[in-house]
Design a protein. Structure first.
Length: 254
């Protein structure tokens, strides 16, 4: 590829990764059953802005889960978490997520693409598809746009049809991150967009709806995630995790 082709090629990779989730997700137990890597996020309540993250892995889809490390602190949305798209049958006991509510999505979601400011050549150790953020990289949160909940290069699209988007290269906390495959099968307008794992601003901070933690730990997570092991984010309150642990075949937190 030529030097001038590189930016468009990078965004194309990102879009392809996002579109890989366009098929309807199977039942949560099936998703967990096929996974060998879990990032488990637990918050004390729906309104909590803090929580913990624990990584689990297993050698095969039928092996027992092994804890990778002790739980670490993290922060979520400024108003807590809420059931995301695809979990309506479980939503009686908690809030629903919608665009602009400041809540991180609760449920089970794939971790499918890594991103950052650095060029791909310097991130070869990252096994997930990786895309360098450009000055023209936007994550569209305008519900009227055909590109809603999609990361695009606004310099490469035929028509910029959005009035609202995150200019990702301008956000310091996006120096490194992972896209959470939320609301992408296909996107339900108004149900939330641009959900990532990214660097936090500290233990007393919060996000607009993402999940954030220490930069050094996030780098470890990015290097650990392996697309062949179908990594998933499980994000729930402590009470909901306890209720769903057996049904969803989740690892013990004890």
């Amino acid at each position: 590829m030529t030097r001038h082709d590189a930016p468009k090629h990078a965004i194309a990779l990102l879009l392809a990764a996002l579109l890989s989730c366009q098929l309807q997700m199977p039942a949560p137990s099936a998703e967990i059953g096929a996974s060998q890597q879990l990032v488990v996020v637990i918050t004390p309540s729906w309104a909590s802005t803090v929580g913990t993250m624990t990584r689990f892995e297993r050698a095969t889809p039928t092996s027992s889960w092994t804890r990778v490390e002790a739980p670490i602190p993290l922060v979520v949305g400024r108003t807590g978490i809420a059931w995301g798209v695809g979990f309506d049958d479980l939503s009686a006991g908690g809030p629903h997520k919608h665009e602009g509510d400041g809540k991180a999505p609760a449920g089970i979601f794939p971790l499918d693409t890594a991103f950052g400011f650095a060029p791909r050549d310097s991130m070869r150790a990252v096994k997930l598809p990786y895309v360098q953020l450009l000055p023209t990289t936007d994550c569209v949160d305008d519900t009227a746009s055909a590109h809603y909940n999609t990361v695009v290069d606004r310099a490469a699209v035929q028509r910029v049809d959005w009035n609202s988007a995150e200019h990702m290269r301008e956000v310091g906390q996006y120096k490194i991150g992972v896209i959470v495959g939320y609301n992408s099968s296909p996107p339900v307008k108004g149900s939330g967009s641009c959900i990532f794992l990214h660097i936090w601003a500290g233990p007393d901070s919060h996000t607009a709806g993402c999940t954030a933690f220490d930069e050094a730990k996030l780098r470890q997570v990015m290097l650990w995630l392996d697309p062949e092991k179908r990594p998933m984010l499980v994000q729930l309150t402590a009470d909901e995790y306890a209720k769903l642990q057996v049904e969803w075949r989740l690892p013990s937190l004890e």
